[in-house]
Design a protein around this ligand. Structure first.
Ligand code: GAP
Length: 443
């Protein structure tokens, strides 16, 4: 059974070094989070899995790593300066702030999160548009001329490099450019742990195709993206598609469908797959004066490609993987908390335990651990406490395999291999462990 409240995840994440409140020793900073040792590994694994799936296993997708700060003209042309805003209302009584388009599900943060009622609403100001881009200044002088924005999506760095990448790689549509990186939005109502924050990481791919092929590629990428979540362990009954209504579509989108996941706070957007048509390339052609199109030197064919964009959030995906993986069950009269993370996502792959701290077992364990580390298999070494408690501690952080080095290991070279999910224990020759674990991770 997955987590039934976000608090279960927040508590475990803090206790075991997945996620800490940012600036905690100064009292924290609203909705900002730091990833601890295990969180950093999980995050890296999510990004690696995405990159492998989207870039390394395809011949027609390449990567990019563009700057967070771009020329302000980029954000004017893209429509973000004029249009990237949410309607904001203030409560004159409580001084709380709300998104005017989200009042139905909103609660009052000042009055113990009670649901808003008609009386509340009578104290609200008229909605006003609030631009979500963070502003900064380049250089020492803070004036209009030095104004810059932190990117609110990674996508624009891809569009502005479209011609660079296409010509240097001699790429012919259909092809994609993928990017992972931080984005920033001054959200009016951040919250729900790492679900909505002002600084977050995105995994986006812009797929450039001939205009008359957009529907086929839109369907293709929708299918691919859903499969990625299923392959990494999210269950089909907690995933669904939601098409955007015409009025809800972003200013650049011809069609959008969200992958939603059922979190303890309800069905929420996990990723969007959009058809951005030729909106962005045309906008930057107009804004920059540089023609962004595809020209085939042989056929003399010339056109502006259309774009299909799967856009995912790293932090949001992490939250969904953690919620799905969380399980509590009764074992021998005790509560066992276990994170059933997909082994490729798990921060620690193998925990190494000498049964006791003597008789050469720690030395043997260190030698076996060294062989795993040499293959790049992440390990955790623990030699203290009862073996059952050591297993439980690893269950709680999602370690798929534990190995125990005991008396038999010293005589016949085998170890106990214990599986996180089934708790099954088998004897395996220590010399075969590295290959066995590598094979399971690959499979
Ligand atoms: N380039 C298209 C784009 O940015 P989006 O739907 O605004 O589309 C894509 O964002 C994904 O980025 C979302 O589905 C979500 O996973 C993640 N995301 C967006 N805003 C976020 C926030 N404030 N906090 C965490 N993740 C966010």
């Amino acid at each position: 059974m997955p987590a039934t409240s976000i608090d279960q995840i927040v508590n475990l994440a803090k206790r075991r070094g997945y996620v800490y409140p940012a600036s905690e020793i100064y009292g924290g900073l609203n909705s900002c989070w730091d990833y601890g040792p295990l969180g950093a590994e999980l995050k890296r694994n999510v990004k690696d899995e995405w990159w492998r799936f989207m870039v390394h296993t395809r011949r027609n997708v390449v990567g990019l790593d563009s700057a967070i700060l771009q020329h302000p003209g980029v954000w004017r042309a893209s429509g973000h300066v004029d249009g990237f805003s949410d309607p904001l209302v203030d409560c004159k009584k409580c001084k709380a702030r709300f998104r005017a388009d989200d009042l139905e599900s909103a609660t009052c943060p000042v009055r113990n999160n009670v649901a808003l009622n008609d009386e509340c609403k009578s104290h609200f100001t008229e909605p006003r548009e609030f631009n979500l881009m963070f502003q900064t200044h380049l250089g020492p002088v803070q004036d209009e001329g030095s104004l810059a924005y932190l990117r609110p999506e990674t996508a624009q760095g891809i569009f502005t490099n479209y011609l660079n990448v296409q010509t240097t790689g001699r790429l012919k549509p259909p092809f994609g450019i993928a990017q992972i990186g931080k984005s920033f939005r001054n959200e009016i109502t951040p919250g729900n742990f790492i679900f909505r924050t002002r600084e977050f990481e995105q995994m986006e791919m812009e797929f450039f195709c001939p205009p008359d092929e957009w529907e086929q590629w839109y369907a293709f990428w929708k299918e691919q993206r859903m499969q990625w979540y299923l392959d990494l362990g999210l269950s089909p009954e907690r995933l669904r598609w939601r098409d955007h209504e015409g009025t809800e579509l972003a200013h650049y989108a011809k069609a959008t469908a969200d992958i939603e996941y059922e979190l303890p706070i309800g069905w929420k957007e996990l990723e969007g797959v959009a058809c951005r048509s030729d909106f962005d390339l045309n906008a930057h052609t107009k804004g920059s004066g540089k023609t962004l199109e595809y020209f085939d030197g042989q056929t003399r064919e010339r056109y502006v490609p259309w774009v299909i964009e799967p856009a995912a959030g790293v932090d949001r995906a992490m939250l969904c993987f953690l919620v799905e993986a969380y399980d509590e069950e009764e074992v021998d009269g005790d509560k066992r908390t276990v994170l059933r993370l997909h082994p490729r996502l798990a921060p620690i792959k193998v925990a190494v335990f000498p049964l006791v701290k003597k008789d050469g077992m720690p030395e043997k364990a260190a030698e076996i651990e060294g062989q795993l580390l040499a293959r790049g298999i992440s390990t955790f070494y623990d030699q203290s406490g009862a073996i059952g408690r050591r297993y439980r501690r690893q269950d709680e952080v999602g370690t798929p395999w534990c190995i125990t080095i005991d008396g038999e290991t010293l005589s016949d070279g085998t170890v106990t291999l214990r599986e996180r999910d089934s708790m099954e224990q088998t004897r395996v020759p220590a010399a075969e462990l590295g290959a066995l674990i590598s094979e399971r991770l690959a499979g």
